[in-house]
Write a protein that binds this ligand. Sequence first.
Ligand SMILES: O=P(O)(O)OC[C@H]1O[C@H](O[C@H]2O[C@H](CO)[C@@H](O)[C@H](O)[C@H]2O)[C@H](O)[C@@H](O)[C@@H]1O
Length: 282
Amino acid sequence: MASADLPTPRTPEGRDGLAALLAHPERAVVALDFDGTLAPIVADPDQARAHPGAPAALARLAPRLAAVAVVTGRPAGVAVRYGGFAGVRGLEHLVVLGHYGAERWDAVSGQVHTPGAHPGVTAVRAELPGHLDRIGAWSGTWIEDKGGRAVAVHTRRTEDPDAAFEALRGPLHELAETHGLMVEPGRYVLELRPPGMDKGVALAAYLREVGAGCVLYAGDDLGDLAAFAAVDDLRKNGMPGLLVASAGTAESPPEVAEQADVTVTGPDGVVALLDALADALE
Ligand SMILES: O=P(O)(O)OC[C@H]1O[C@H](O[C@H]2O[C@H](CO)[C@@H](O)[C@H](O)[C@H]2O)[C@H](O)[C@@H](O)[C@@H]1O
């Protein structure tokens, strides 16, 4: 089956990945990032919501696939709420891997499974406001409290988000190191979180768990490159895969589109792609 609306991937690996998904959807996993991929980027992270067409597009696809998963830096429960993913007909088996895979929500139980607070994150949450004052962080720098597994510092709402971001890099790396944490850079955000987990580790484990035969992964930011690398490794070992970049804005990291097989324009383009896939499979 094929659809006129489906893009032609620019690489042979991507073309194989798309062909495998269309030929054997029952063996395919579609996994997507949340912010910037399923949800438009907005200035206030608490106001981010999934594209209005995203839950419906995923719900059309999910019953025909091995699995659909969201893989996000958000706490899993937050992505479920902001995505409107709970209780959606067709998404009864959806899984959300939150905090870069450290925690997990599944639609079957409706529960979040989390490893609990990390002592380094607990310490950083307490120290961070004073630390930002001491280093003279730009006005408008904003701390997103993400619970016990991560804390994020955003610069989007400062007068010069790029300069504010660069000024924070060194001091936040030092603070993270002091507490056994790593820094995850993103779009005008630096997140301090425990090492040892990333979207690639999380995605590869999930694909093994469900016995996937092929995968589509879509993302927009630097944190998604670990998942891209995992798909690339799997392709080298014989599992077809398709990498999709949600890009097209001035702030989109160029690496994401460079490493993808297909580039679409933001969540609008992602939802259109999901709908085109669903059309092709119906
Ligand atoms: O893995 P993701 O689902 O992409 O989450 C990564 C981080 O995304 C959020 O920040 C980004 O989106 C915000 C809302 O659109 C935007 O204001 C910010 O500049 C972006 O970096 C979120 O706030 C973080 O907690 C996520 O880890």
